[in-house]
Design a protein. Structure first.
Length: 364
C-alpha cells in the first residue's frame, strides 16, 4: 500500500523560520485546542480512574443516553430515543472513524469533497478503494452503487463553507436513489458564525436510512487529547460497524466514556468556548484583511480560508517571516493551491500577537 507523505511534515523548514522571529512563533497551522478542558470532564475522568475491567464497545448506558439526549436537544431530533430508527456508537476520536469507515463498509469507491481534509482520501486508499473528489453539487457526481461511500463535510475543514438544508436534502435524495451510504462529518457544527449549520439528521424528515453523522468533542469541549467522538444514524449500518469494532477491540476507555457523558450533558462550556473563538476570529479576520488577504467562505468552523492570489507556498513563506505558521491550501487538494488555512485555535495572547504583526507588516 502506497500512502502519501504526511503533509504537515513539509512545513518543517517554515516552522523553523517562524521560530526564529524575535517575538516567537505563533503556530496557526494545526487546529489543536489550547484552552482548558472543562472541569466537568476533568472531574468525571478523575472520578473514574479506577477502571480495572474492559469497557464495552457500545458505551455505558449513561453514555448512550447522553448521546441520544444530545441529538434530541442539540439537533432537535424528536425520535432520538427510538432505537429502531436511529443508533449511536462512541468512537476513539473522529479521525480514526474517518480513516476506517471505507474498510468497515467494504467500499469500492469513495466520493469525497474536492477540497477536503486528507484523511478522507487516505481512508479510501487504506481500503483499496477508488478516491473520487467532487464539487458540492451532486448533479455533477459520477454514478455509484450500494457498495460505495459518499463523504460530505459541513462545516468544511478547511474552507468553513456550510451546505444549506436544501443542498443537504438534495444530497440525501441522490444517495438514497443509488442505495449508497452517506456519511457527514459534522465536527464543527457548533461553530457557525454567519450561518446556522444543519446536520443531515436534522433535515432527513425522520428517515435515517443510509445516513451517518459524525460528531466530536475535540473542538467544542477542548478535549482533543481525550479522543472522544461518536456516530449516529442508520441502525443497520451502525450495527455492522459495531460488530467489527467489537472484534477488533476498538473500545473507548471507560474513564473517557464517563468524561464524554458529562460533556454531552452540559452546554454551558460549549457556549463559553464559542465566545472565545468568536473574539479571536474577529481580531484575526480584520488583521488578515488589513494585510491584503481575502477571506473566502469561512462562515463556520475554526479556520479562516484566505488568499492573496499567490501560490500558497509563497504566502506560507511570507507568514513565516512574521513568525506565523499557516497551512498551505494545497494540502486539501489542487483547488486550494492559492489559499492558506489559518487556525483560530491559539491563545488570546498569540492571536493578538499574530494580528499585530499582520497589521504592522502592511504598514511597513
Amino acid at each position: 500500500m502506497k500512502l502519501p507523505d504526511f503533509p504537515w511534515d513539509a512545513l518543517a523548514p517554515y516552522k523553523q523560520r517562524a521560530s526564529e522571529h524575535p517575538e516567537g512563533i505563533v503556530d496557526l497551522s494545526i487546529g489543536t485546542p489550547v484552552d482548558a478542558t472543562p472541569e466537568i470532564m476533568q472531574a468525571a475522568l478523575n472520578g473514574s480512574s479506577n477502571a480495572p475491567g474492559y469497557p464495552t464497545t457500545i458505551g455505558t448506558a449513561e453514555l448512550r443516553d447522553a448521546m441520544r439526549g444530545w441529538l434530541s436537544k442539540r439537533l432537535k431530533i424528536s425520535d432520538a430515543t427510538d432505537q429502531n430508527k436511529i443508533d449511536v456508537l462512541p468512537t476513539i476520536g473522529s479521525k480514526e472513524l474517518v480513516g476506517w469507515l471505507p474498510t468497515f463498509l467494504e467500499a469500492k469507491r469513495v466520493i469525497i469533497p474536492e477540497v477536503a481534509y486528507p484523511t478522507y482520501a487516505v481512508g479510501a486508499l487504506v481500503a483499496g478503494a477508488e478516491v473520487i473528489p467532487v464539487s458540492l453539487d451532486p448533479d455533477s457526481w459520477p454514478e455509484v452503487d450500494s457498495n460505495d461511500l459518499v463523504w460530505i463535510n459541513s462545516p468544511s475543514n478547511p474552507t468553513g463553507q456550510v451546505s444549506s438544508p436544501e443542498l443537504l436534502r438534495k444530497i440525501i435524495s441522490w444517495s438514497r436513489t443509488r442505495g449508497v451510504t452517506l456519511a457527514s462529518d459534522e465536527c464543527y457544527l457548533d461553530f457557525g458564525w454567519d450561518v446556522d449549520p444543519q446536520s443531515i439528521l436534522s433535515v432527513a424528515d425522520g428517515d435515517y436510512t443510509g445516513l451517518l453523522s459524525v460528531h466530536s468533542l475535540s473542538k467544542s469541549s477542548n478535549a482533543a487529547g481525550y479522543r472522544a467522538a461518536f456516530i449516529a444514524g442508520d441502525p443497520k449500518i451502525i450495527g455492522k460497524i459495531r460488530e467489527l469494532r467489537k472484534h477488533l477491540g476498538m473500545m473507548l476507555p471507560l474513564p473517557i466514556q464517563h468524561a464524554m457523558t458529562a460533556a454531552l450533558n452540559d452546554r454551558d462550556h460549549v457556549t463559553g468556548q464559542r465566545e472565545r473563538y468568536s473574539a479571536r476570529r474577529e481580531l484575526l479576520k480584520s488583521a488578515l484583511q488589513h494585510a491584503g488577504f481575502q477571506i473566502d467562505h469561512s462562515e463556520a468552523g475554526l479556520y479562516l480560508w484566505v488568499t492573496r492570489g499567490n501560490d500558497c507556498w509563497a504566502d506560507v513563506a511570507w507568514m513565516a517571516e512574521l513568525g506565523i505558521l499557516a497551512t498551505p491550501g494545497i494540502f486539501y487538494g489542487e483547488l486550494g493551491a492559492k489559499h492558506l488555512r489559518v487556525a483560530l485555535t491559539s491563545t488570546d495572547a498569540h492571536i493578538a500577537s499574530a494580528a499585530k504583526r499582520l497589521i504592522e507588516s502592511k504598514a511597513n
